[in-house]
Design a binder for this molecule. Structure first.
Ligand code: HEM
Length: 139
């Protein structure tokens, strides 16, 4: 059995994820400011950091924590109200995570596809941040 003092609870994980989404959102906004200022390369560089930060967070928190403590989100699944909120959040979070590598790829090569997908990504990311930060409990 795991040492109780070495474990974290679901509230702490969600709070940390909210912080990570907020920091990533600031990076995305900065990249859009750079774009407006005509600094396309800077936009790409900031978004490379954005991409790596989001992927590290997804792997670090979601996968590792779930593997180490698989039941950590059971209290959400057992509450129908919270489960609905989680499902709404995942409707945005999963597609935006899948779109992220495509955004990086199209940004470097397929510019016209990148601009079209950017509208969809913008909607999905905004939905991920709002439903994650305001929709999920953290204590
Ligand atoms: C709503 C969000 C976004 C908008 C509106 C947007 C828009 C654009 C536009 C207009 C360009 C310039 C295309 C050209 O040169 O013709 C560009 C380039 C680029 N974008 Fe985005 N983008 C967004 C999000 C992202 C994301 C999330 C990533 C990566 C994860 C990304 C990575 C890149 C890269 C790597 C470039 C190329 C930079 C270079 O040429 O050095 N973008 N973006």
């Amino acid at each position: 059995m795991a040492d109780p003092e070495a474990t974290v609870d679901g509230f702490q994980v969600i709070l940390a994820l909210k912080g990570a989404v907020a920091v990533a959102s600031v990076l995305l906004v900065l990249s859009l400011v750079a774009l407006r200022a005509g600094k396309v390369r800077l936009h790409g560089q900031i978004n490379l950091v954005f991409f790596l930060a989001v992927m590290a967070t997804l792997v670090g928190f979601e996968v590792v924590v779930r593997m180490l403590q698989p039941g950590i989100y059971d209290w959400i699944r057992q509450d129908p109200h919270l489960l609905t909120r989680l499902r709404i959040h995942l409707c945005f979070a999963i597609p935006s995570a899948l779109l992220l590598p495509i955004m990086l790829y199209t940004g470097f090569g397929k510019k016209s596809a990148h601009r079209k997908l950017a509208v969809l990504f913008g909607i999905l990311w905004t939905g991920t941040a709002i439903t994650g930060i305001f929709g999920l409990p953290h204590g």
